[in-house]
Design a protein. Sequence first.
Length: 239
Amino acid sequence: MSQRKQHLNHPVLGKLVKEFRPKISRQLSKTIGATLFFLLLGVVLFIDGLPQGSVRLIIGLGCLIVSSVLAYGIIDILKDRLFVYEKGLAYQSSDKTRVINFSDIVALWQYSVKYYLYFVIPTARTTYEYTIETKDGKKIIIDEIIANEELGKYLNYELFKHLMPSLKFNYALGQEVVFGEITISKKGIKVKNVTLPWLDIKSIDISAGKLYISKKIVVGWTRIGMLRKYRQSTIYIFL
């Protein structure tokens, strides 16, 4: 039975939704380039030093060994697989498979980099990296070799679907809901060591990997009752 057929269904995670394979990324391209460099250098030095058995022969053998080790690493990387199921993930890396149930995930960090030509002209190249933290405190990093925008959409959708009911229930009970460095409760939102009451927050937005919190600023009191007047809000940026 082929590897793909073995992963069509999982006894715990259910039916296979999507399989992600390694792609030729910048990171992998550098390794391939280094492998070819040492391979060609080793062949040249080995052939040149073969008749006399000189130092070039020894250096050539060393370069060939290095290229072999790098080539083995590339082959090992190309065996990596990420299987997305209805109820979780199976991440296969270095002959080990880590099974992750969506209900066991407590946090997901997303990191993306968009590349520009001469720092001005945008290119079509963007790299992604996802870090998954589970209830046992362990973190699984899915780097740019497998990670892409499509995977991010799958992870966000599935995590939202599985985590939101329990988060809303805990929030309704008055408990704190933690999202990494962000803590939300009925009192307000806390980021690192700064706590803002909900009444003082004008808007919350996420853009380019940053959380923007627009806070209302009190400039005075009206004569009628105790109504607050607000001026233009300031922006708090948290990385």
